[in-house]
Design a protein around this ligand. Structure first.
Ligand SMILES: Cc1cc2nc3c(=O)[nH]c(=O)nc-3n(C[C@H](O)[C@H](O)[C@H](O)COP(=O)(O)OP(=O)(O)OC[C@H]3O[C@@H](n4cnc5c(N)ncnc54)[C@H](O)[C@@H]3O)c2cc1C
Length: 198
């Protein structure tokens, strides 16, 4: 049933998400939970419907909608499977960060792959000693020629191990929030023999 306070387009977006959630998530959610299954195929299907780059600009393949549309979509997805809805919302957050703060080169390289979820992204902020107080994080980013070496520990990373791209917050400068930079770390990034990523 359409919401009376929404426009025709807004209702169409909600109905698309609701239909997907009812048919492709809800019937399987309990089984996925019990078997610890990460439903990659269904998430890519959500991506093909425009739900993986909801509030990302259209010139690089985003859906060009608003965050409010995202809230309504996530609400519908969560009715079917809150776990999958949560990961899709995190992937959207990563995609938005690349769109908003990345260079044009990064936008053109990553968003066409993130939007259909051909590349899945994880958001890596939390550490064993830095949760709510994220500005106290201690993962270090040190320059090594043209590269940065990241060294530290992250925890509670949704999609960790399964994702292809890691949006990593690390300390490149001094204390506090202003000393933190964000790095796009490809899953294939080599780790140095000492265990340090290079
Ligand atoms: C299902 C799930 C998925 C997650 N996915 C991700 C992810 O993809 N990427 C990522 O980076 N992180 C992720 N997280 C981590 C999440 O962001 C952190 O759990 C959150 O920031 C809280 O940090 P913490 O667990 O260390 O708790 P703490 O910060 O240690 O907080 C513990 C308790 O103390 C309270 N508290 C903290 N500070 C104060 C204060 N100043 N005053 C009063 N009370 C306070 C909190 O409200 C909480 O009740 C995920 C967590 C969960 C549960």
């Amino acid at each position: 049933m359409p919401y009376p306070n929404l426009t025709g387009d807004e209702n169409a977006i909600v109905e698309m998400a609701r239909d997907f959630s009812r048919k492709r998530l809800a019937p399987y959610a309990l089984e996925w939970d019990a078997t610890k299954h990460f439903p990659v195929a269904e998430m890519k299907e959500a991506g093909s419907l425009g739900m993986a780059a909801i509030y990302t600009r259209e010139d690089v393949g985003g859906s060009g909608l608003r965050r409010l549309d995202g809230v309504r979509i996530f609400e519908e997805l969560a009715k079917g499977d809150p776990v999958t809805a949560a990961f899709i919302s995190i992937h959207n957050m990563c995609t938005w960060m690349v769109d908003t703060y990345g260079s044009q080169e990064q936008r053109e390289e990553w968003i066409p792959k993130l939007a259909p979820m051909d590349v899945m992204a994880s958001y890596c902020l939390t550490e064993p000693g830095a949760g709510s107080d994220a500005a106290s994080l201690s993962t270090k980013a040190e320059r090594d020629g043209d590269d940065f070496v990241l060294n530290g520990t992250k925890q509670f990373i949704s999609g960790g191990g399964a994702s292809d791209l890691y949006v990593v917050m690390a300390r490149s400068e001094g204390e506090g929030a202003r000393g933190i930079s964000t790095f796009l770390v490809d899953k294939g990034t080599p780790v140095s023999p000492s265990g340090r990523p290079r």
